[in-house]
Design a protein. Structure first.
Ligand code: ADP
Ligand code: MG
Length: 253
């Protein structure tokens, strides 16, 4: 706890800069994600959302700045320390990225086999627990191709949370989905917050979806977070670029 009785943020990105050659992608990102909250990073295609997320798990090194995760600045960390930090994260990718030749059970239990020495009974119990949290039952022996898109996403989340991460990252979880499946994924993100009390970072360019799941929306534009706040507040932002972005969705009301 700080002096003001407030917990420090689970993730704190401070003055983060990153260029690829002449392409200045991040130009001083500042962003705090509170423990147990869901933060949506909103921004146009190519604005640097994935690059920012990759810094949060140490897959990219910045040119400058800090990335404090659960109290540790991970920027100077070597691969060994990063491995330890990455155990705190679960990742949900754009496609569900399941192994097609494996059953749901094999997909979800995969990381447990790699990273724990639980017995087969314990693994089975854990897989069932995680599938239950994401609202799936009796699908263990099915193959991904036999499931709907929304169910595959849920299996992807079950797999991401099987090692009990503190933080779950979602990179464009609803991109390319039909509206019903998008709703299903939004519900899933809300359920994960409620049932697991995890800290979540969601990258999106889908405004309706962002506003439904976010405690805080952060708008990334030209390499910086130029506006942030609870969805109801951002809805009425006077920031010209964000306004423009919102008008494309909500119309010029
Ligand atoms: N590994 C890389 N090497 C060079 N350029 C990259 C790399 N990763 C991303 N970029 C560039 O960084 C910019 C932001 O990319 P990205 O974060 O993927 O955007 P988005 O907001 O769509 O997720 C793009 O111009 C992209 O080409
Ligand atoms: Mg991206």
């Amino acid at each position: 706890m700080n002096g003001d009785g407030k917990k420090p943020p689970m993730i704190s990105v401070q003055d983060l800069w990153k260029a690829f050659g002449a392409n200045q992608v991040l130009t001083g990102i500042n962003l705090d994600v509170e423990e147990g909250s869901t933060c949506v990073i909103l921004g146009g295609s190519g604005s640097g959302k994935t690059v920012l997320m990759k810094h949060m798990i140490g897959l990219l090194k910045p040119d400058r700045g800090k990335v404090v995760v659960d109290g540790e600045d991970i920027v100077p960390f070597d691969e060994r320390d990063l491995e330890r930090v990455r155990r705190k994260f679960g990742m949900v990718f754009q496609g569900a990225a399941l192994f097609d030749s494996m059953t749901v059970y094999e997909n979800v239990s995969f990381a447990l086999r790699e990273h724990s020495d639980l017995s087969e009974d314990q693994i089975r119990a854990k897989v069932r627990e995680k599938l239950g949290i994401v609202g799936l039952r009796n699908v263990e022996e099915r193959y991904p191709a036999e499931l709907s898109g929304g169910m595959r996403k849920r299996v992807g989340l079950a797999r991401a949370i099987v090692l009990d991460p503190k933080i779950v990252l979602y990179d464009e979880p609803t991109t390319g989905l039909d509206p019903i499946t998008t709703d299903y994924v939004d519900d899933m993100i809300l359920t994960a917050k409620r049932e697991l009390q995890v800290t979540q970072v969601v990258i999106s360019h889908d405004i309706a979806s962002s506003f439904k799941v976010a405690d805080k929306v952060a708008f990334l534009f030209k390499g910086q977070i130029v506006a942030e706040g609870p969805p109801q507040e951002l809805r009425h932002s006077e920031h010209p670029e964000l306004k423009h972005f919102l008008q494309m969705w909500f119309g010029k009301s």
